[in-house]
Design a protein around this ligand. Structure first.
Ligand code: UD1
Ligand code: CA
Length: 466
């Protein structure tokens, strides 16, 4: 954009008392990600460097969440207010002399395009401070923007506002661009003589104006982006907004959502065109879904790669699995981590798999558990088959080679290998390897006792008469 450097500070030291939670507020999840991660992604997408997060309440947890993203941290031991919080980042930015973007960890609905506008406005107006504002139909709880003919003069917090000021609907989003290092000079002038006894960052506007600094304000087009999340009611509202955004992105890209208000797709999920998604489907984590899939009600998919033309029937749950093209899963199938289906597979109702690979066209249509197994191609696994993979201490593998037919109600006592083209008789308990093309039958021979049932009935009837 321009050669002026950009750094960012994210305020995230507050407890978030209004959440009534042991978890720091900024770690509460929105569309499957801690809300501060949404804010961080914005900073990264803008190319800000360094990015400093001010942490305090629950610092360790926040640091652990952000560390993989290579964020710097500034500690605010006591939460004395937003102004004090920014001053805690001063040492980290001592050598920085560019534009400083300040964001709050609790404002995750902001869009990248709006931040770009803010940056543009800040640079073209050569302001010392540009504050991002919004016109809220209900401004309750936010700081109000006080303007005079020359622009913004100050920001008044709700708790310090007169009734006249409370009627103002233009609010402070809590997002600013500052010229560094001047901003840290202005911060030194802040006092805490206000309703909350805090050092308000908002007071920097009046302080800067007093020092002759140019203060600008940019009004957001879409006020909903400004929403600060302070309690669980706002968290749910933000979730609804975020969900709508995500869903509309997929709809615009050719995905049918039968009822978008009841479709839950997390931020990073990708879906290709002409896939149809029914209500109450949850797609989570890093899930990728191909084209022409049908995902029926109540399906939950977490961190899976699903190919093209896959049909996920109602109530199926899939995690950390790969599903090749043209598979049919469910209803009520459970694919646990490490399941890999090569393509054209069918796993039917009440089939559970774990760490199991299936070659092309193999199927298990009903009531089956396949764990720690390699299943070849064209294998048919009958109803009620169980791989007994666990002896209470260790796990063992079952290998079923290509073209095997497994009769219903078979148990494989692993470790065991079933040779190519063999046939397992229904009701077998397989404890030994089966050679290729063999028939394995492992069940006690049937004995028929003629007339036994009739005699038994007679005996019972006589007993009743006595
Ligand atoms: C703040 C603004 C308000 C604005 C609103 C927008 C101030 C004084 N008020 O109010 O004008 O309309 O945001 O959402 O700035 N934090 C710290 N250390 C502290 C206090 C807060 O790091 O000592 C962090 C919090 O973790 C949070 C952010 O700063 O991420 C905002 O704090 P919060 O208490 O939510 O401020 P608001 O009352 O919402
Ligand atoms: Ca807030």
């Amino acid at each position: 954009m321009s050669s002026v450097q950009l750094a960012a500070v994210i305020l995230a030291a507050g407890q978030g008392k209004r959440m009534k939670s042991k978890l720091p507020k900024v770690l509460h999840s929105l569309a499957g990600k801690p809300m501060i991660k949404h804010v961080l992604t914005l900073c990264q997408d803008l190319g800000a460097e360094p990015i400093v997060s001010v942490v305090g309440h629950g610092a360790e947890l926040v640091q652990k969440t952000l560390e993989p993203d290579q964020v710097k941290f500034a500690m605010q031991k006591q939460q004395l207010g937003t102004g004090h919080a920014l001053s805690c980042a001063a040492a980290q930015l001592a050598k920085f002399s560019g534009n400083l973007l300040l964001l709050c960890g609790d404002t995750p609905l902001l869009k990248l395009s709006s931040l770009r506008e803010l940056l543009k406005h800040h640079q073209s107006s050569q302001a010392g401070i540009t504050v991002l504002t919004a016109k809220m139909p209900d401004p309750t709880g936010y700081g109000r923007i006080i303007r005079c003919s020359e622009g913004v003069t100050k920001i008044v917090e709700e708790k310090d506002a007169t009734s006249g000021e409370k009627a103002i609907t233009e609010i402070n989003t809590g997002i600013y661009l500052f010229k560094a290092p001047e901003v840290f000079e202005h911060l030194k002038q802040l006092g805490n003589n206000n309703a909350q006894g805090e050092y308000y960052l908002t007071d920097i506007i009046a302080a800067a104006r007093g020092a002759g600094t140019r203060v600008e304000a940019l009004i957001l087009d879409q006020a909903e982006e400004a929403m600060g999340i302070n309690d669980r009611i706002q968290l749910a509202e933000a979730e609804t907004t975020m969900r709508k955004r995500i869903n509309e992105r997929h709809q615009s890209a050719g995905v049918t959502l039968v009822d978008p208000s009841a479709t839950y797709i997390e931020m990073d999920v990708t879906i290709e065109a002409d896939t149809v998604i029914y209500p109450n489907v949850h797609l989570r984590g890093q899930t990728k879904i191909g084209c022409n899939c049908i995902i029926e009600p109540g399906v939950v998919v977490t961190d899976c790669v699903i190919g093209d033309g896959v049909h996920l029937k109602p109530g199926s749950v899939l995690s950390e699995s790969l599903v090749g093209n043209d598979c049919t899963i469910g209803p009520m199938a459970h694919l646990r981590p490490g399941t890999e289906l090569s393509g054209n597979n069918k796993l039917g109702n009440f089939v559970e798999t774990k760490k199991a690979t299936f070659g092309k066209r193999s199927q298990a249509s009903h009531l089956t558990y396949i764990g720690d197994s390699s299943v070849g191609e064209n294998v048919n696994i009958g109803c009620g088959t169980i791989t007994c993979n666990y002896d209470g201490v260790n796990k063992y593998r079952t290998t079923i080679e290509d073209d095997v037919f497994v009769g219903s109600d078979t148990q494989f006592i692993a470790p065991v290998t079933i040779g190519r083209g063999s046939l397992i008789a229904a009701g077998s308990t397989i404890t030994k390897d089966v050679p290729a093309d063999a028939l394995a039958i492992a069940r006690t021979e049937q004995k028929n006792i003629e007339g036994w049932a009739a005699r038994n009935r007679l005996k019972k009837a006589k007993k009743k008469e006595q």
